[in-house]
Design a protein around this ligand. Sequence first.
Ligand code: P6P
Length: 339
Amino acid sequence: MSSISSRTTLTKYLIEQQREHQNLPADLRLLLEVVARACKQIGYHVSKGALGEALGSAGSENVQGEVQKKLDVLSNEILLEANEWGGNLAAMASEEMEKIFPIPNRYPKGNYLLTFDPLDGSSNIDVNVSIGTIFSVLRCPDGVEPSEQAFMQPGSQQVAAGYAVYGPQTVLVLTTGNGVNCFTLDRELGSWVLTQRDMQVPAETREYAINASNSRHWYEPVQQYIGELNAGQDGPRKEDFNMRWIASMVADVHRILTRGGIFMYPADRRDPSKPGKLRLMYEANPMAFIVEQAGGAATNGEQRILDIVPTSLHQRVAVFLGSKSEVDRVTRYHLEKKN
Ligand code: P6P
């Protein structure tokens, strides 16, 4: 069989999933195709770099108080325009928008809610380091007006989640609750091609990811855990560890999905009211769903991220995710200190 005919595209994979698992209704399948197409378009603009018109700051701030890059704004618009008319969604929510985006009345409304970080890691845009898009799909509760309250569902209610990495390759990693699969963009044909089935996070690892410049602010459990890793063979772990920090969650998580590791963005003493930097609805929840589906673990240091009931759209959460044995260990250190 020729290599072309043996290739499984995203469309073929989703139709196979729909037949095999009956948990992929046609409207969800179509929604995922639209989001994947929007990621292709975002990746195109990202890849143009200085040759395009979209580098640099947009001269505005998002709801997080972060300076918006032109590509942040463009990526957000691409996702809104791609998804508003299809009839699959009741509403959308984005890191880049303070309020939810209800589907305009001129279009039919659907059964799902889509949240996304349209361009995660955008501080890396101008230095040509991998960045990406993170997205999460929830069902809109029956008979509920698509308000912010409709989004306040724990991550365990997600029906799909994924991310795209715009890097040396453009990849799309997706779960609909039956494992995790990776698709690589064939830039000539414009097709997402299945390149890795059933990704698994190795339970053991010797690699960790954290922004070590914050170490003086960490609480005791993280100090203890990282201290042991840094002590290497001479310390209680009796192993040497390696550190990686790309400062682009999609890139760090993709490395962990590919070869194992633990990713951490803990709360710290700088602002006790802020339980960490990352956002629950469109960063932590989708990544936690993906990592758990790949056999890993994801907690906020004390509980499973997917069990957290949100109270606001842009709430932040501490994140420890990746290889299960390491996530279990650092979570145990938190619980021991708490009790
Ligand atoms: P820091 C990017 O801004 C992001 O939201 C994540 O993608 C990334 O893991 C983290 O923040 C990086 O944060 O404090 O190291 O710049």
